[in-house]
Design a protein around this ligand. Structure first.
Ligand code: SME
Length: 161
């Protein structure tokens, strides 16, 4: 199966996980699990950092090994994706200035920022791969679709947080 096909298969599964649910932490945990399990040979950390108070991201639901609790605006790949307001693909984390290393196993990374229906920043989806240069435009498109779907269904839950 191609990556495109893998993401196409994931979409209905993720819709099923989210529809009608009101438990935001549970939804984010299940979405990170579904993504993580879809690519077990590549993804070793799959999860969310959430915008809490001020200019900081706070560790949210994830799958994988222990990770740092907070990331300031503009710092690391996550803080940079927030600052730049776009998906960032880092082919080699060692070449990314200011990369925050949570595990030496991480070789490449993709971070997708999340916005609610009022365009307010909510956090990021962060995925680390054990492979160098592992993320391409199929991952970007697929993961941005997953996040668009997630935010369509959970904007109100983020706003009530
Ligand atoms: N590498 C991230 C930090 C989070 S961990 O990868 C789980 C960054 O530079 O923002």
């Amino acid at each position: 199966m191609t990556r495109k096909e893998q993401y196409a298969q994931l979409i209905p599964q993720i819709v099923g996980l989210i529809k009608g649910e009101t438990n935001l932490v549970g939804i984010l945990a299940n979405v990170s699990a579904a993504l993580h399990e879809a690519f077990p040979e590549r993804f070793f950390w799959t999860g969310f950092y959430l915008h809490e108070e001020g200019k900081t991201l706070s560790l949210g639901p994830f799958q994988g090994s222990v990770a740092c609790y907070s990331i300031p605006f503009g710092k690391g790949v996550c803080g940079k994706a927030w600052e730049q307001g776009r998906t960032l693909i880092v082919p080699d984390v060692e070449e990314f200035p200011g990369h925050i290393a949570c595990s030496s196993l991480s070789r490449s990374e993709i971070v997708v920022p999340m916005y609610d229906s009022s365009h307010t920043f909510c956090g990021v989806l962060d995925i680390d791969s054990i492979r160098l240069d592992d993320f391409n435009d199929d991952d970007k498109d697929g993961l941005e679709r997953v996040i668009a779907l997630l935010m369509e269904e959970t904007s109100n839950l983020f706003q009530q947080k």
